[in-house]
Design a binder for this molecule. Structure first.
Ligand code: ATP
Ligand code: MG
Length: 412
């Protein structure tokens, strides 16, 4: 291990990659804005309990993946592995129940100690939304439609599909849980150790297992949809009808679950086949019991989170960088710096080479893909003018300094 290496599972985002990353983030933010979501920025670490309570003591994230440490005061702190818990904590500690319904957007780094692979990092980034305080299936429809619109705006409409399921209400889930435990108990010899543990503590989570033997058993398990009561069935129908009405296509995927008690009704994922095993780009669901479980006022909620790295890998094109104007002095002391400053203050992106002859500086202008060059020569400056060269066409003209911004406007 060399300390000059990035920590395993972390990654520097340079030039092109950072532009793809920003693109995803900005499109997500802009789409959320159109749906009336404002940004919330919570700390990237919280007391460990914020996550252990919300994510459940048996979840993979809590048992295996958290970056937890005692800080200098001896408090147990965890780098956030996901965004919802912090938002729920902020909702409670900030007394935000006065402001319902609340529509919140977040973005930023998340931390999970997993085995790094393509699309799976230890520090990764998410954008996400939470809609708090709305019981009606309209909230589910809007939140899913927001996700679909963001993906479409990123040009990914044809690369992803929406898988949708319902977990029903508490009564439906209790009935299903009994049936599932009955079924799984017949296969105790084939289930993984983790799943045997889940069978006792949280049987729905067995459906989420990535273990091959577990998956084979799960394939024959009863379906939750067969245990829905009328109210739950009607809720699900309203979500589906709402999605159809706003033009969002969905496929019912009866094995899609969220294994924690406070999840109910709608569960969904946007998946792709283009990223191998890491095919889920956006995942979410309704969590009406979450905030009360954390000790806050009973408040329904629904939200999703999307992995920025996975979305960024799916983008067809890298957004192009700004094309600057290059300011090129043909000798020392020709006022390049003040002129660059003047143009920047007028709103131009300006690149200034720091040394070398004109040829070298023109090469640099090409390297940074400059759109135009402003060349400062003694003769022109004596006439209060500069040469402006269109670096795409090669055309050059003399421009009086007084009208420089005006003449450069077409190169913006
Ligand atoms: P997976 O099944 O791939 O482990 P998950 O169920 O743990 O995903 P969520 O907690 O639902 O994922 O997070 C939402 C999204 O965040 C995922 O769909 C994915 O796009 C992204 N994501 C999750 N974990 C990672 C990671 N370690 N590296 C990169 N992206 C991730
Ligand atoms: Mg995971």
């Amino acid at each position: 291990m060399s300390v000059l290496q990035p920590v395993r599972g972390t990654h520097d985002l340079l030039a092109e990659e950072s532009r793809r990353h920003r693109r995803v983030e900005e499109v997500a933010f802009e789409t959320a804005r159109r749906y009336g979501f404002g940004e919330i920025i919570t700390p990237i670490f919280e007391f460990t309990e914020v996550f252990s309570r919300t994510l459940g003591e048996t979840s993979d994230v809590v048992t295996k993946e958290m970056y937890t440490f005692a800080d200098r005061s001896g408090d147990s702190i965890t780098l956030r592995p996901e965004g919802t818990a912090g938002v729920a904590r902020a909702f409670i500690s900030g007394g935000l129940s006065q402001h319902l319904p609340l529509k919140l957007f977040y973005r930023g780094p998340m931390f999970r100690h997993e085995r790094p692979q393509k699309g799976r990092l230890r520090q990764f980034h998410q954008v996400g939304v939470e809609l708090l305080g709305v019981e009606s299936p309209q909230a589910d429809v809007e939140v899913i439609a927001l996700g679909a619109q963001m993906l479409a705006a990123l040009g990914l409409k044809d690369k992803v599909r929406l898988e949708l399921n319902t977990l029903g209400d508490a009564e439906s889930r209790a009935a299903y849980r009994d049936a599932l435990v009955g079924y799984l108990s017949g296969y105790e010899d084939r289930l993984s150790k983790d799943s045997l543990d889940r069978l006792q503590r949280n049987p729905l989570r067995v459906l989420d297992s990535k273990d091959e033997a577990d998956k084979a058993v799960v394939a024959g398990a009863p379906l939750l949809t067969e245990y829905l009561n009328d109210a739950s069935r009607s809720f699900f129908e309203q979500v589906q009808a709402g999605l159809a009405a706003v033009g969002v296509g969905a496929e019912v995927s009866p094995r899609l679950v969220r294994g924690l008690d406070y999840y109910c009704h709608t569960a969904f994922e946007f998946t792709t086949t283009a990223l191998g095993a890491q095919g889920t780009v956006l995942a979410g669901g309704r969590y009406d019991g979450l905030i009360s479980q954390m000790g806050g006022p009973a408040t329904p909620g629904i939200g999703w989170a999307a992995g920025i790295e996975r979305l960024s890998m799916l983008l067809d094109e890298t957004p192009s960088a700004d094309r600057p104007v290059a300011v090129i002095p043909m000798g020392a002391d020709l006022g390049a710096l003040p002129l660059a400053q003047r143009l920047r203050q007028a709103g131009f992106a300006v690149d200034l080479g720091y040394s070398g002859n004109v040829k070298k500086r023109l090469n640099r202008a090409n390297k940074v893909n400059a759109r135009a060059a402003v060349i400062l020569g003694e003769d022109e400056l004596a006439r209060n003018a500069v040469a402006v060269r269109d670096l795409d066409s090669g055309e050059q003209e003399e421009v009086p300094l007084a009208v420089l911004e005006e003449r450069l406007a077409r190169f913006r």
